[in-house]
Ligand binder design. Structure first.
Ligand code: ATP
Length: 395
């Protein structure tokens, strides 16, 4: 086990069309035993980061350290790292036992008995003892995934690297394997860097999530922080399904210290705390963000000045929840409601936003200005362990 540090990592590929900056000035400090999940859109540099840590790519600039040791110049096999790929990369002509033992034979002086013992222990851990004498071709996708993970475990590495290890499995098996990998991590406590494009995987497995865009780090934080307190517009938009709704608004301040967020479709009153938090904005216009589950039907308890008129376009039943797609003056607005709320198509639907979860972003810098009020921030700080409402169930 060890701490993994990435300092100022830049990776540039020289392509025929010119240089491609895949990763730019990336700093990451992954604690001993931590499970960190890297997410971001296709091409943002996730795999390149992982492959550079593994030694399959050379860093153009920057330093990678495991424990106290700089590993940039070490060959992949000497880095004390084990990697699990999306493709599993198993040798088709070797048995499961042969596949799991192969790396150990190459990189250690262990005796055959010692290797056998390690392979059998790892096989037991992955529940594949019965498959040891079979060839990969006769195994299901899930079984091959277990073998690939088992092969990484036998190495007893300081760091595990996973590159989309579950993306070839069907949804149900993926969920199952996700739980298995989480259990394995709890059992072994090995520092892990895990790349995925599946947000639910990231949200449910990670101690911390790393969000990349265009080769640059956007945010590294716990799943809750990334969800409830995205540092900028990109993270707010990228994390969450269905995604956050955005409206361009202007703030009109009121004599009592509060204010109103105004655009051509609605006027929404906000408290003094929100007004104070957006004082440093660069422009009068801001982007307001509100997650689908932070929008509710307005009723007689909704304060005046906090209702927004909408029209129902589509109602999607997804089980315990409904996703309602509304038209707010020509703009789509996604709402997540309990399944008991099933309005008619084309019906007028008055909604309100939960002020505690109204996000405001600077329209120029795209940086977050506020996430709700002081009150909601205090609740979130207290409530780090509870499940995230908007994650899961959207399949
Ligand atoms: P995906 O989710 O699609 O796998 P990713 O986030 O893992 O994407 P990378 O594979 O790291 O992204 O690629 C980052 C950028 O570097 C992309 O623009 C990609 O085209 C480029 N790139 C990656 N490998 C090479 C290479 N060997 N030669 C040239 N360009 C490369």
């Amino acid at each position: 086990m060890a701490r993994l540090q990435i300092d100022n990592l830049t990776k540039v590929f020289e392509a025929d069309s010119g240089p491609i900056v895949a990763v730019e000035e990336l700093d990451l400090d992954i604690k001993d035993g931590e499970f960190v999940v890297v997410v971001g859109p296709s091409g943002c540099g996730k795999s390149t980061t992982l492959r550079t840590v593994a030694g399959l790519e050379t860093a153009t600039e920057g330093e990678i350290r495991i424990g106290d040791e700089v590993i940039n110049d070490k060959a992949p096999k000497d880095r004390d790292i084990a990697m699990v790929f999306q493709s599993y990369a198993l040798y088709p002509h070797k048995t499961v036992r042969g596949n799991m033992a192969y790396g150990l034979r190459l990189s250690t002086d262990l005796t055959d008995e010692e290797i056998d013992k390690r392979v059998e222990e790892a096989a037991a851990m992955m529940g594949i003892e019965d498959l040891l004498e079979k060839k990969p071709g006769s195994l299901s996708g899930g079984q091959q995934q277990r073998v690939a993970t088992g092969r990484a475990i036998v190495r007893e590495p300081a760091v595990f690297l996973f590159d989309e290890p579950l993306s070839n499995l069907d949804a149900k098996l993926r969920k199952h394997m996700r739980t298995e990998l989480a259990r394995l991590h709890t059992e072994l406590g090995i520092t892990t860097m895990y790349v995925t494009h599946d947000q639910e995987e990231a949200m449910t497995m990670a101690d911390r999530i790393v969000v990349l865009n265009d080769g640059r780090l956007q945010q590294v934080a716990t799943p809750k922080e990334v969800y409830y307190e995205p540092v900028n517009y990109f993270v707010a938009d990228f994390i969450g399904s269905p995604s956050m709704n955005f409206f361009e608004v202007e703030l009109e301040t009121a004599a009592d210290g509060g204010g109103r967020l105004v655009n051509e479709s609605f006027t929404y009153e906000v408290s003094e705390d929100i007004v104070n938090n957006v004082q440093d904005r660069k422009s009068d216009l801001m982007t307001m963000g509100i997650r689908p589950e932070s929008i509710t039907p307005a009723d007689e308890t909704t304060p005046e000045g906090k209702t927004v008129n909408a029209r129902v376009e589509v109602v999607e039943v997804v089980g315990s929840d409904n996703f309602i797609y509304l038209d707010v003056d020509g703009k789509e607005c996604r709402v997540r409601t309990p399944s008991t709320i099933e309005p008619d198509i084309d019906a007028v639907f008055e909604i309100t936003f939960d002020e505690e979860n109204v996000h405001l972003f600077d329209i120029e810098t795209e940086q977050a200005l506020t996430h709700g009020t002081e009150k909601s921030r205090a609740v979130r700080d207290r409530d780090q362990e509870a499940p995230i409402e908007g994650v899961g169930g959207a399949e």
